[in-house]
Design a protein around this ligand. Structure first.
Ligand code: FRU
Length: 484
């Protein structure tokens, strides 16, 4: 693993030509994705500024140009007409002001009339590396570029730690106000959310208070990337608690959880209906964000970073890492969150193949699982051994996903085997495989499991216990273009 100096990680990109060669080299990797958004070079992490505006989807991702390392972060901008085909637009936000001199960190967007507003964290550090996080804004200009405001909207509060970031903006019609939910940490290192309010999107912001979440006063050390929305008559709060382990998640200290409940904007209280749940049971899923302005009160559209902070992935050696997940739809059915692959994803199918054991590098599998136990091995070798395995135990209704038998192993000390507890028997599996990721959807959206997967040349077969399997190859819908 390469050791990076702070100077190397925090070097500003002066000219796109500095990384053209890097992109040309990375482009030849066997692990470049074909229908998932991925970094043009270097590292992509959190999704940012996700919104539908005037018929076009805007998405940015946290981007460090130089390699698979968390250093100076940019927002890299992509757009899409349909959430399936994405165009690289180039840098969205560069850390080029004093108030964001050490990174344009995560945030969100909201479309209001003709305007698309972006909110992000300006990560300022002084010469002693002391951090001041500023909440900043930008607007989409006539050329389709993000244009920063001259000054931040507000600075950090002294009664919380330096961890105050990732503004999620929402409009609340009842209160006739915009709200910003900011991920934060108390001085005694407990994770929380700070709430700000304003009648105007770009001015007049005032601190409203710390969000009260009964039962979650001491849950993790920092709540990164909060997201809140109302769907199907329920409020949904998603966040990424870190600096803690949670039952069922191995040694990982980074998680992505959700609460369904009721948000009271007057009392600044989110009252959960029940316990927290994992948004995704997989190894690599973090910082999930929903799109703004979806325009349907029954659903949210969510995307996440396939990857985790503090983890290391095999493509690090190739100077890139990370990918966005497939966008997914969230609904609340019978008081439960239901997650399904984005509507219309079937349009990516190019050909239906026979279930003959050959597994294309980018494909979709739909499996009708008969009653009883079930086994599936993806990326198995020619003799049927190895691979990424899934075992369903009908008696306990638990699926166990195990990546230990793959040639390329990674993050072994964090976790390599995880369980997905199901509430109803396994009947159906939808699996989306790209060149370095695998996403499983269980039953009709009861649970999801996302993992990076890096098969070697001889790991392109699959096998399963008796079941009806449909298999399609998928279109390359994300071009690996050099646009910076
Ligand atoms: C989450 C996070 C955010 C922060 C960003 C910096 O992965 O740590 O809290 O804004 O990444 O890249």
């Amino acid at each position: 693993m390469k050791e990076w100096t702070r100077e190397e990680r925090y070097r500003a990109l002066q000219n796109p030509e500095e990384i053209r060669g890097l992109h040309e080299r990375i482009k030849t990797s066997a692990y470049r994705q074909t229908y998932h958004v991925q970094p043009v070079t270097g590292l992509s992490s959190d999704p940012n500024g996700f919104a539908l505006h005037q018929g076009k989807w805007h998405l940015c991702y946290q981007w460090c140009p130089w390699g698979a390392v968390h250093g100076l972060k940019y927002w890299y901008h992509v757009t899409s007409p349909d959430l399936l085909h994405w165009t690289n637009e180039g840098i969205g936000l560069a850390p080029d002001r004093d108030y964001d001199n050490k990174g344009a960190h995560s945030g969100s967007a909201i479309s209001v009339g003709d305007a698309l507003y972006f909110y992000y964290t300006g990560n300022h550090r002084d010469e002693n590396w002391v951090r001041t996080p500023w909440t900043c804004a930008a607007v989409l200009n006539a050329e389709g570029r993000l244009e920063k405001l001259d000054a931040p909207l507000f600075g950090p509060r002294a009664d919380h730690s330096e961890h105050q970031r990732d503004p999620k903006v929402v409009w609340n019609a009842e209160q006739q106000r915009y709200y910003i939910f900011l991920g934060a940490q108390t001085l005694d290192k407990r994770g929380c959310v700070l709430v700000y309010e304003s009648a105007q999107p770009l001015s007049g912001w005032r601190f409203a208070g710390e969000l009260k979440v009964p039962g979650y006063e001491a849950f993790g050390g920092m709540w990164e990337c909060p997201y809140i929305t109302r769907i199907g008559g329920k409020d949904l709060l998603i966040f990424s608690p870190q600096y803690t382990t949670l039952p069922g998640r191995g040694n990982s200290t980074n998680h992505n959880v959700y609460l369904l409940g009721t948000m009271d904007y007057e009392a600044l209280t989110f009252t959960p209906d029940g316990p927290y749940r994992f948004l995704d049971y997989g190894f690599d899923f973090y910082a999930a964000q929903g799109a703004a302005n979806v325009g349907d009160p029954e659903k949210a559209i969510l995307i996440a970073w396939i990857g985790l902070p503090d983890n290391h992935y095999p493509t690090e050696a190739e100077d890139w890492e990370g990918s966005m997940s497939l966008p997914r739809e969230l609904r609340v059915v019978g008081g439960r969150l239901v997650q399904t692959p984005i509507q219309g994803v079937e349009r990516l199918r190019t050909a239906e193949l026979a279930d003959d054991g050959r597994l294309p590098a980018a494909c979709e599998l739909e499996i009708a699982v008969p009653a009883g136990d079930f086994d599936l091995a993806l990326f198995a070798r020619a003799d049927g051994t190895g691979g990424l395995t899934l075992h369903y135990d009908a008696a306990s209704r638990v699926c166990t996903v195990d990546r230990r038998a793959m040639a390329k192993r990674f993050n072994q000390a964090v976790f390599e085997v995880l369980d997905v507890p199901l509430e109803t028997p396994l009947r159906k599996l939808r699996v989306f495989i790209d060149r370095s990721s695998t996403e499983f959807f269980f039953n009709d959206g009861e649970a999801a499991f996302t993992t990076h997967s890096y098969p070697e040349a001889d790991e392109h077969r699959f096998n399963h216990s008796p079941a009806e399997v449909k298999l399609w190859t998928l279109e390359t819908s994300v071009r690996d273009d050099f646009v910076v």
